[in-house]
Design a protein around this ligand. Structure first.
Ligand code: ZN
Length: 98
């Protein structure tokens, strides 16, 4: 596959979405043009579809807010009652690490 802009050689590179999914794209070695082809696009769209999303409501608990963790996640991460977890503030949200 050659670059559509300069006909230079394209090489496949790996990128990571903000959600942490790896995807592949092609980059021109000559002009740095980046292209994601249909196959590459399909692959990352598939990963998004497979990603399970959970929603939870925030409730007030004294002066703090509490989030209910769905039982599927409690099972999956083997969370226990009264267990201490670490909350890591990130750009797009709060990460809970058990
Ligand atoms: Zn190019």
């Amino acid at each position: 596959m050659n670059c559509t802009k300069c006909a230079g050689k394209m090489v496949e590179r790996k990128g990571t979405t903000p959600e942490g999914f790896e995807y592949k794209y092609s980059k021109c070695t000559k002009c740095d043009e980046e292209i994601v082809n249909m196959k590459q696009l399909h692959s990352v769209a598939q990963k998004y579809r497979e990603m399970k999303k959970y929603t939870a409501k925030i409730s007030k608990w004294g002066e703090s807010f509490a989030v209910r963790i769905p039982k599927e996640l409690v099972k999956q991460y083997e969370l226990k009652q009264n267990e201490d977890v670490t909350l890591i503030p990130e750009k797009k949200g709060i990460k809970i690490v058990a």
